[in-house]
Design a protein around this ligand. Sequence first.
Ligand SMILES: Cc1ncc(COP(=O)(O)O)c(C=O)c1O
Length: 454
Amino acid sequence: MSELLRDAAARASAYLEGLATRKVAPDRATVDRLDALDMALPERGVADATVIATLDALSPATMAMAGPRFFGFVIGGALPVTLAANWIAGAWDQNSAFYNATPATSRIEQIALRWLVELLGLPAETGGAFVTGATVANFAALAAARHVVLGRAGWNVEADGLFGAPPIQVIVGEEVHPSLVKSLGLLGLGRNRVVRVPVDGQGRMRADALPRIATPSIICMQAGNVNTGAIDPIDEICKRAEGSGAWVHVDGAFGLWAAASPELAPLMRGVARADSWATDAHKWLNVPYDCGLAFSRDAEALRAAMAVTAEYLPSVSPFRNPADYTPELSRRARGVEVWAALRALGRDGVAELIDRNCRQARRFAEGLRAGGYRILNEIALNQVLVAFGDAATTQRVIAAIQDEGTCWCGGTVWQGETAMRISVSSWATTDEDVEKSIAAMLRAAKSAGATPSR
Ligand SMILES: Cc1ncc(COP(=O)(O)O)c(C=O)c1O
């Protein structure tokens, strides 16, 4: 056992050490080697060491997402301490559902949740849950919302479902993330029956365009537009919702982390007035996949929406049962890596990470603008949108950047215009990586025939 684990750790370390110097995207020939795995179900096994060596031979076929110059999507690399914690927790192999069965990981999760509530400036009474990602965090938080707004209308949604229930008005911004809309669909609230509020040029919901708030109602705001990073006017919308009985939810998949930075916190003004929040630790806290977080000011509402009981389950406990707050019953102990990140970074370290990535995003914008290319967004957080010319030219430049391999960025269409999207979200990105990447982008733009405007 220990030889196998030492071998795996050595291979993993070598992989990580190679990330800074390899091309970010895997090359085609390496990816094609994956075909060799696609054999018939083996009748007989092979030695464990052979299995691990076979997997490691495919390491070059991975995208270097954990490396310093991956800027596609909002994907942070795992902080070394969180990967190490993940290995320890993997060895523990706890099914972290009930305190009585898994006291260590249940307590660690509870402590990490308390720290997070404090770090993010949420109300002290807030309860939470570790789930797979923001999609499920939105699902869990909105299940709590559904429980409360229908409960106030005299309807028990967990017991009786939605057939015959009073209709809930669901308000979202025009720029709502599609995964939140999916979560609404899973909750029976419908993907198409939402009321979409117009947004401004950065994708922020326009508080002045909010419709009349009906009863019952759920309002979903966004902190961190996936293209521009813009944050909805949380304080203003919360004020408008006050007294209406509406439940106010904030999807802050990555943007909620701005609340951990004293410099950026003013953007999050009013966040503690909301009723629920969703975020991802696997994005900006840089823990390994997968780890999302659902928070509900009314902890009991989240528990009422999620808890199950059965004679064989050890539900009665002196401490919180993680599974009482999550859609999953069996679950890995995601809180361990979050605890490790917060313990290693401290409040200052988290703020420094967020601020550094935002400063690096501003530097990207400055460098590309100086190179003659158009930046389409205000750099509110860690997102940069750049156009290298018309749609076809921008697409060619993106392909050239991906192919050259110094860094990796994806494309998007922002309010009708094709753009390249740069997300700076990793602890591993140094200022030198940013300069190297800007230079590579400008070289690729030139080679792809983009004309800078001066
Ligand atoms: C605003 C927002 N909400 C939700 C999600 C979904 O997050 P996840 O992929 O972790 O489920 C994302 C992903 O980028 C996002 O940006």
